[in-house]
Design a protein around this ligand. Structure first.
Ligand SMILES: Cc1ncc(COP(=O)(O)O)c(C=O)c1O
Length: 287
């Protein structure tokens, strides 16, 4: 990806062609870092406080040196001020343990912090999703951490794209519904709106939390099969907001093996959630 918008690296705003980090950075060598994706709306960050709080929690859970949150927040402001006020933008914060040895031991230095902003294209109005043949390990130390160790997610999204889908859905080791590679998932069954609890191994999505607060829904474990059998279902994420699921491709799922079109897209509960979310988000940029 190329851009002419300046990038913030460790406290300095630099031309993207000149922005560099060490080849020894542990984020690059072993995925030893954390990140955030935040949306901007006409040049203003949305839910910045919640995203910065989650970055600090992710860093703590990985036992990284504590990030300088005030400096990073300043980096976000500086990048937004230098960028055009796009209708929709994407702010990416990356924070790693900094330069380190070639193995998994950490280096003694401070962390590396980077902020990049870019224009964000609107995502499709509905999502086709592929259920993955590999589970998310809800017991792992990185479960629910927004870590730069996203190789599993990159592989999973490529699996979905090979099947013509826009998102991949993980079940977990217990066989329950978990999350997408970059989204949380909600299902409606018999009028009941449910999303997996954080103990299922999913990320504490900012959009998920806002939907639960503004619109409602239960946090409960449901079997992965609930996605195929749902009356309606939707994804939530920073770049999607609330996105109805149209089709669930279970062709690679040993428990299923077929594609299912959901009966209502968007169904009535999803349509209401989309409307409530859009209204509340427009009224408050830092909820
Ligand atoms: C694994 C995963 N789950 C869920 C989400 C959705 O979280 P948010 O609503 O904070 O974007 C993301 C965000 O990209 C993610 O990476």
């Amino acid at each position: 990806m190329t851009s002419t918008v300046p990038i913030w690296v460790n406290g300095e705003l630099v031309d993207p062609a000149e922005a560099t980090v060490s080849a020894f950075d542990h984020g690059l060598l072993v995925g030893d870092g954390v990140f955030e994706t935040i949306k901007s709306v006409r040049g203003e960050a949305f839910a910045l406080t919640r995203h910065l709080d989650r970055l600090a929690v992710s860093a703590k859970r990985m036992d990284l040196p504590p990030p300088d949150m005030a400096a990073i927040a300043g980096g976000v402001r500086a990048c937004l001020a230098a960028a055009p006020p796009w209708e929709l933008g994407r702010i990416r914060i990356t924070y790693t343990s900094g330069p380190g040895p070639l193995g998994s031991d950490r280096g003694p230095g401070g962390g590396t912090a980077i902020v990049i902003v870019a224009e964000q294209p609107r995502l499709p109005a509905t999502a086709d999703v592929a259920v993955l043949p590999w589970p998310r390990n809800e017991h792992g130390v990185l479960a629910g951490v927004k870590s730069t160790s996203y190789g599993e997610n990159a592989r999973a999204l490529a699996y979905a794209k090979e099947r013509g889908c826009g998102e991949a859905i993980f079940g977990n080791v217990a066989g329950d519904l978990c999350e997408g590679t970059g989204s949380n998932v909600f299902v409606v069954t018999g009028g009941r709106l449910v999303t997996p609890p954080l103990s299922a191994g999913c990320l504490a999505g900012v959009t998920r939390a806002l939907v639960l607060e503004w619109f409602g829904g239960e946090e409960a474990d449901v079997p992965l099969s609930a996605l195929y059998e749902a009356d309606e279902a939707f994804l939530t994420s920073t770049t999607r907001d609330v996105q109805p699921i149209r089709l669930v491709d279970g062709s690679g799922d040993p428990g299923r093996g077929a594609k299912v079109e959901l009966p209502a897209v968007p169904g009535p509960i999803t349509a209401e959630a989309m409307e409530v979310f859009a209204g509340r988000a427009a009224a408050d940029l830092d909820p």
